[in-house]
Write a protein that binds this ligand. Sequence first.
Ligand code: SAM
Length: 305
Amino acid sequence: MTAAGWWRLDMAAPAELEESLVWKLPELGIHRVAVQHRPESPTERQLIAWLPASDWSEAERARLPQALEPLAATFGLPLPALSWQAQPDEDWSLSWKQHWQPDPVGQHLLILPAWLDCPDAHGGRLQIRMDPGSAFGTGSHPTTRLCLEALERLAAQRGGTLAGLRVVDLGCGSGVLGLAALRLGAASVVAADTDSLAVTATHDNAALNGLGSQLQVVLGSAAALAELLAAHPADLLLCNILAPVIEALSPAFRALLAPDGVGLLSGLLVDQAPRLRHVLADEGWQAHLAAEKAPWALLELHKAR
Ligand SMILES: C[S@@+](CC[C@H](N)C(=O)[O-])C[C@H]1O[C@@H](n2cnc3c(N)ncnc32)[C@H](O)[C@@H]1O
């Protein structure tokens, strides 16, 4: 193992834990992360990360489980075993890119790694090009897919387009949801994330898709967005964050979303939906469980009448 090489880290990613892991690892300096189905079991998922050997000594690798155990404990789970494999440089770049393939979502969307041409089979789909240089780029998480599919349904209900809608994307990550809304015809997106890497990723992905002029992204959260939307709240709110965070942010929704607007909220578990609906009702919103991919749920939000 040379200092110029890489470590490949593999671990099982139980559904409850996957999202927390994917968002925690960059905080620990691990930015090259992929999640895929386990070859031996299509229903189970596996997390793979690549770490520069020069930054990850044996002692640092030994400490990593301690940093991750509290995440698993939140869900009453033991941390799955971590397995490490040395990777020479040239293998790393290949294996990294092999994990990202064109990814059709729903009826109309295609998430396309930045370096690939659109395959003929998907030529009719609306392309969202992503550069997963960080952990934010894949769009493969079930909660992201719930939101993307819900965007398509909303467009279908409106005659096949989101034309004219002004969108707010709270917790934008890679920007994938806002970019999908724009591809489906939305007029503009304002996006925010508390993580500066996500802000950069969203900005870069908007430029990659030639949509930079329709998408504005800021570092921050609901307060920063409320300032931008003070004169004219959005028609569509997208928010895919864990349930306790959505709950904490919910008092701000009325400053972000017009009274006749629609919200799509995901990142919550199905069994967290009743509590969140209740909290939202107290804030004057009617939310219903519009879709699920067990254990994850999507709530659709309207102003209570
Ligand atoms: C699950 S990811 C979703 C990313 C993307 N919207 C998607 O659907 O794939 C949640 C994102 O919310 C951000 N986030 C977490 N808490 C937040 C908060 N209070 N305000 C704004 N963003 C937040 C995280 O940094 C992360 O990028």
